[in-house]
Design a protein around this ligand. Structure first.
Ligand SMILES: [Zn+2]
Length: 116
């Protein structure tokens, strides 16, 4: 193998390694930043309160449609949710939970109407 060809080969390998490194780095960075940004975005949007009951305790991100049922990580499917609601929701059927959330929403709308 000529010296020139060997040099070209090394350069190609170096480039391949650099690209692999970059891809790995981008994947982990995007994953972390996206999750942190999504969290703070959803919490801010929902006023750092549980979207279901209004509590500010032990806030978590909740998938409205669970990921197991095809729900996405899109903000439209994410709400701030307190630990208690998250636990309660976990034990309820989607129908039961929908009824409960509807009652929360009515209460919240009524509270907003009085200006409190
Ligand atoms: Zn709650």
């Amino acid at each position: 193998m000529s010296a020139r060809r060997a040099k070209k080969n090394r350069a190609r390998k170096r480039l391949k390694r650099a690209v692999a490194r970059r891809d790995r780095g981008m994947q982990s960075r995007v994953g972390e930043v996206d999750h942190a940004q999504m969290r703070s975005f959803v919490f801010r949007r929902d006023g750092s309160r549980c979207r279901y009951c209004g509590s500010a305790r032990k806030l978590t991100l909740d998938h409205v449609v669970p990921q197991a049922k095809g729900g996405t990580d899109h903000p439209s499917n994410l709400v701030a949710c307190c630990g208690d609601c998250n636990d309660a929701k976990g034990n309820m059927s989607p129908q039961e939970w929908a009824v409960r959330v509807a009652s929360f929403s009515k209460a919240a709308t009524a509270a907003e109407g009085t200006g409190t």
